[in-house]
Design a protein around this ligand. Sequence first.
Ligand code: ZN
Length: 452
Amino acid sequence: MIFAKHAKLSTGWASDVRLIVADGRIASVEKNQKPQAEDVIVDTVLPALGNLHSHSFQRAMAGMTEYRMAGKDSFWTWRDLMYRFTANLTPEHVEAIAAFVFLEMQEAGYASVGEFHYLHHQPGGTPYDDLGELSSRIAAAADLTGIGLTHLPVLYTYGGAGQSPLEAGQARFGNSVDRFNELVALAEGAVAQLPDDCRVGIAPHSLRATSPDDLMAALAARTSGPIHLHIAEQPKEVEDIHAWLGARPVEWLLANTAVNEDWCLIHATHMTEIETVNMAKSGVVAGLCPVTEANLGDGPFNGPAYLNAGGVFGVGSDSNVLISLTEELRTLEYSQRLRDIARNVMVVGEGSVGDTLYSGAAKGGAQALGRGTGEISVGGLADLVAINSAAPSLCALRQDQLLDGLVFAAKDDVVTDVWSAGRQAVQSGRHVKRDAITAAYRSAMKSLMASL
Ligand code: ZN
């Protein structure tokens, strides 16, 4: 049982709310109550966001690629370093890093994660004896931390647009569609050991790392579940796909596949107005990763046109250069303000930008991860976050201003408690297994850095 002085329910703000949680779901919502002896008492409860896009291992190289060397650094030189780094990761490293990254997400206020998992094989590209070894490591990290995992094994077959061969740095990622389907079945087995809110989807990496035939074959093998894909992160990607397939990536995907609510398009950064409107109308989730997109110099999302067309969006921490829910949301808005030389951009008509961003990302994140509606209502998963509205950064705000305060004026340290499908992992702002998971991460990093 949870008692909250303030709660953002599917029906709006309410006071003195008791939530009864059973089997991971919200069994009842009662307003204007008094706390009972057995209740966990919190200040303000919100639907917790799902972090819809993560490559957990990349957290380990945060801060290592911010130094400019001869010429101008670019996304593509960043990727080259990432490939060198991945050559030395062991299964033990992968698990320890993922557990720490999931812990950081939970402490930031995320209840779930979409782990877009493309590191599959041994260095050099030979599969492990268990083809699903590294998927099992991700599942183990989720089990340890209690986060709600949507595991997204990645189909990565080619080195670039036009079915060019994998580069040496990509050998650990590569699979044919047949071997990928085997791997997905093994991942399903590993995730079946986790609580039943956890699930498996698929992630054809991008149009450039698959082919039209392979993409159709991979889609044909799935009857349900989330489908995630990197779509249009960099202008070069758009040019390459256009030269190869005769259409821009979003344009091509919408014309050639049945994109719908099960899909999440990551980095829909470079779109024309028509692509933006058509993508919004498809019901797909736009998977925005504002901190990483800023870090990599990708460019801003076409937010106003997408929102005006009714588009659904969520946020992800992607490269995990910084894991911060508040930074992610405000970077999204600030990227729009800087481009448009305007304020209060990510809102339709009049209203709260913080509410539009937070509640929108809660709904879109839940949709993208197969976790329901992203609202607090009876029957929904108990993915909940509590924040402290008495913190100095929020204490002067009315209830209806709290999400503006959270997004623009607060840091993640206002988060006090987090539940994933009812499993409480964060109490008093700390993950309950913080010390052990952090120690294992430090040890893994020491071993990894010694091997580079
Ligand atoms: Zn990504």
